[in-house]
Design a protein around this ligand. Sequence first.
Ligand SMILES: Cc1cc2nc3c(=O)[nH]c(=O)nc-3n(C[C@H](O)[C@H](O)[C@H](O)COP(=O)(O)OP(=O)(O)OC[C@H]3O[C@@H](n4cnc5c(N)ncnc54)[C@H](O)[C@@H]3O)c2cc1C
Length: 441
Amino acid sequence: MSKPYPFVETSPWLSTPSDPQPALDRDLAADVVIIGGGYTGLSAALSLRAAGVDVVVLEKDFSGSGASGRNAGHLTPTIGKDLPTTLRIFGQKRASALVRFADAAVEFTEEVIEKNQIDCDYVASGNIVAGLHPKHAPTLEKAAQTARGLGAEVRYLAPGEMRERGLPPAFLCGVLEERGGTLNPGRYVAGLRAAAMRAGVRLFEGTSVLGLDDGEKVTARTPGGNVTANHAVIATNAYTKHLGRRKRDVAPLRVSLFETEPLSEAQLDELGWPGREGIYTAHEALENFRLTAHGTLTGGSKVVRYRYGSALPPGYDPGAFDAIERAFRERFPMLTDVKVANFWGGWIGLTMDLLPQFGVEGSHHNVHFGIGFNGHGIAQATQVGAMLAEQILGNAHPHSRALKRKLRSWPPEPLRWLGAQAINRGLAIVDARTDRQIRKL
Ligand SMILES: Cc1cc2nc3c(=O)[nH]c(=O)nc-3n(C[C@H](O)[C@H](O)[C@H](O)COP(=O)(O)OP(=O)(O)OC[C@H]3O[C@@H](n4cnc5c(N)ncnc54)[C@H](O)[C@@H]3O)c2cc1C
């Protein structure tokens, strides 16, 4: 029998707000109704309020209770799987536009944090894709070259430079993404929520949208009343299928994370890592690690779960917890005495081509959607929220074109499930081989 793991239902980054907003209990009219109170929905709401638009946000639980309050906190310009793959799929022109979009998304998020004075422990440390075996060095060096050719601000870090930067010894070489860094995602989304409320957004929490009815005016139906609006925004990311619209855009994948107990001064000294760069490994299914402002080390990923029919896979996942704790122990042997204090996780929204789905639909072209951030949504969901606002206002956002393409849906079941199993198994075999090679070093 597996050991009991210390499991947090939502995430240790945030707790239920001290000022929960009421559930909708009557019919309302608004200019825009937004479904989902994560980064996308709140960012769209803030941008619309700045233009004087009357906005209602409907959130089934509380704002931030989705991926936005649960994630690992790497503010990253990563787009697609990686840039060499993005280049192969989309060609030079679009891949360069996507790099510009992703860079601008990081910059925009930094501006949002600053403008709204959100205290979210943001450290502009950059993030490193780290190689763990000498075989990763040539691949990463080439990836850095490709990325630079597309205009990305990245740099290959040879083993000597990794050591000079004082990075933990398991991480041999890397590609430094110079833009971005790490933040506390719970504080970031709580700050957006507070800013939206200050700006006059009408927020209803504990309010599940059961369906959206098309028309010149769109109607969002909830158990306590309906909101009728000129425009609706779908900002439900991994949960979208359950709304009954755009059901095959996004496959929800469960990703698990851990956090250690606070490290002592002596343990932090032994660890090094003075630049506090975020780290993701060069595995096919990456591991991620970072330090927090409250003195803990957090990380995870590595194992992703898909459930038949895009149902949400359950949260308590001993197999995943075991794998991520093992990875932590292997990468940080100097922290053997440190206990893991929390495990938790959330659902990322995966799209077929690993790019966000952004656009407008409905019989009257007034149902706008921004979903499917593929695990990179801190920056991209914030940016897409602002792009949704511009789309509603009838303005062309400079980065909208980068995401305009023929949108692809996941195949129906059982193909989707079979495909997910095959891909997962394939990646796990490659990563298991890599891990065996690393252990032999
Ligand atoms: C474990 C994990 C680690 C991650 N790590 C990173 C990272 O390090 N860096 C990064 O950039 N990204 C990361 N991500 C991805 C990032 O968190 C997401 O891309 C981002 O939060 C998406 O924001 P969102 O607002 O679109 O979705 P969400 O935050 O999920 O918000 C959607 C909201 O809609 C609500 N909702 C759903 N259905 C309904 C309905 N019918 N009615 C009313 N409300 C509804 C939900 O309750 C939820 O609050 C990670 C995600 C996970 C799960």
